[in-house]
Design a protein around this ligand. Structure first.
Ligand SMILES: [Zn+2]
Length: 298
């Protein structure tokens, strides 16, 4: 009885607290998933996605890996705002950032990306969906998922006024993909970087352009920005951009050096691990990146 009476206030407090959205408030009018720990394929490889809420409606940044994941995201958005979802921006069109597009298109959103990443999605989207097992996903994870292409594209820069909330889309150079873009909120000194920045997470390099990527990071380092939501990982800052740049340069130089003398991916990955900075998630990506970029294809 004593135990119950002690527990009761805690229980009542719990019941009285409104269900918290899993989207974290990162600034006024800006909410995002950040620092997701479950990096399984069905959980979008722990990709971050977020929203900007203006007077006139909502802009969604990235849509996760499947209809199921996008529905979870939409339900979390509706705990925050019932305004119309006017735009979706794909920071790039990799599956974990763009395969949920259909759920938001059905809400009437205009899907936006860079020209080059719309082309990338046209080229590889259907094939990926047909061979989803190669990405560790099961058919049931993808139920209801359809590839929806961006209907609005741009090449360098686009500005969107959501009503009192200005959103700038910027592409500097080919980086994580040819058309990877950042979403900049100048008034908030905030950036959604997409996969141009991975923090505490080994990055996916297969479609990357290392020199354009480092140039892009240099450009982001000059911006008036205090907080960055990376494509994967916790809320970040310019220090993480600098570390990302160093990681890329180190990885590329060492991988070339190793590939000149060996073609054995396990040996190379073990050598890479000795020099790369420690990151909590996605160790497997090291071997994957070596295979996709630095080893001779059979
Ligand atoms: Zn990506």
């Amino acid at each position: 009885m004593k135990k119950i009476s002690l527990l009761l206030p805690v229980l009542l407090l719990f019941l009285a607290t409104p269900a918290l959205a899993n989207l974290t408030k990162v600034a006024d009018n800006v909410y995002s998933y950040v620092g997701e720990k479950d990096a399984s394929p069905a959980h979008s490889f722990a990709a971050n996605a977020g929203i900007v809420v203006g007077r006139d409606g909502i802009l969604v940044v990235d849509t996760l890996i499947s209809a199921k994941e996008a529905q979870r995201f939409l339900a979390d958005i509706r705990k925050i705002s019932d305004k119309p979802i006017k735009y979706v921006v794909n920071t790039h069109t990799h599956l974990d950032h763009a395969f949920g597009n259909g759920v938001f298109a059905k809400q009437g959103a205009i899907v936006i990306s860079h020209d080059a990443d719309r082309r990338l999605l046209e080229k590889i989207g259907d094939t990926i969906l047909k061979n989803i097992g190669n990405y560790g996903l099961k058919p049931e994870d993808m139920v209801g998922t359809e590839i929806v292409y961006p209907s609005l594209t741009f090449s360098d820069r686009m500005t969107i006024d959501l009503g009192g909330e200005i959103v700038e889309l910027i592409r500097v150079a080919p980086s994580h993909t040819e058309g990877s873009v950042v979403v900049h909120l100048p008034a908030r000194k905030l950036l959604f970087s997409g996969d141009i920045l991975f923090t505490d997470f080994h990055p996916y390099l297969a479609d990357g352009d290392i020199s354009g990527w480092t140039r892009t990071l240099d450009a982001l380092l000059t911006m008036d920005v205090e907080r960055i939501i990376p494509g994967h990982g916790p809320l970040s800052s310019k220090k993480d951009l600098q570390e990302m740049k160093e990681y890329l340069i180190l990885f590329d130089a060492k991988a070339r050096e190793l590939a000149a003398v060996s073609q054995d991916v396990d040996t190379m990955a073990a050598e890479m691990k000795k020099i790369l900075p420690k990151r909590s998630l996605a160790d497997w990506m090291i071997g994957f990146n070596l295979k996709s970029r630095y080893l001779h294809k059979p």
